[in-house]
Write a protein that binds this ligand. Structure first.
Ligand code: ADP
Ligand code: ZN
Length: 215
């Protein structure tokens, strides 16, 4: 399947994407994971992106389109892809539309994961992420803790609270989301591609998406 996952930080895009990869072998493409990997590896891209990310601001559209233009042409995308955290602005959505037309790729839909603000805030402050850039598994101290406190179940690396998951950076990210990303919902509605779903439970979201794409 070829999907865009839309939703506020903490709506569960990453969790849903990971669950969907197991359904039909589509790949998860998370711009956040790619950028955090680049920051850790100290690449040119990482150096350019780091300060924006730490402040909870968006990384400039040109950098993101450079990453995605390459990524969507890699052979593993042929089976399908789940775009998690991209597009994030109207210019990115327009550039993506053009890119997909050029590559002859047709999207199935853009899924908007709708979650109440209180749930979002609670999820973000209790979220923990594996510090190993090749793993980046997501946990939650309340609803999905690691088996051994502070240690990733999958790879044994320490799990951490992300730099942008301080209260201050979180409110900045939510503000950025409302201003820059929320308008994408009407963009995809106009394109005739929108599916909105109540995303309080990730399993319910996955079931609804499977049904809609006929899997
Ligand atoms: P979340 O969805 O939980 O906010 P992500 O892991 O998707 O977190 O992104 C983390 C940070 O990476 C964002 O706050 C932003 O700085 C940067 N980023 C990720 N994707 C994009 C994008 N498509 N455009 C601009 N910046 C991005
Ligand atoms: Zn791990």
């Amino acid at each position: 399947m070829k999907l865009i996952l839309l939703g506020a930080p903490g709506a569960g895009k990453g969790t849903v994407a990971k669950l969907l990869t197991a359904v039909d072998g589509s790949v998860q493409i998370s711009t956040g994971d790619i950028l955090r990997g680049a920051v850790q590896a100290g690449t040119e891209l990482g150096k350019k992106a780091e300060a924006f990310m730490k402040a909870g601001d968006l990384v400039p559209d040109e950098l993101i389109m450079g990453i995605m233009g390459d990524r969507l042409q890699e052979p593993d995308c042929e089976k399908g892809f789940l775009l998690d955290g991209f597009p994030r602005t109207i210019p990115q959505a327009e550039a993506l539309k053009e890119l997909l037309t050029k590559l002859g790729i047709k999207l199935d839909m853009a899924v908007s994961l709708d979650v109440p603000r209180e749930v979002i805030l609670d999820r973000l402050t209790t979220r923990r992420t594996c510090s190993n850039s090749d793993c980046q598994a997501i946990y939650n101290v309340k609803s999905n803790p690691t088996k051994v406190e502070g240690i990733c179940d999958k790879c044994g690396s320490p799990v951490i609270q992300r730099d942008d998951e301080t209260e201050e950076a979180i409110s900045k990210r939510l503000e950025t989301y409302n201003e820059k990303t929320a308008p994408l919902v009407s963009f995809y509605e106009k394109e005739g591609l929108l599916m909105s779903v109540n995303a309080t439970s990730s399993d319910v979201v996955v079931a609804a998406i499977k049904e809609k794409v006929g899997l």
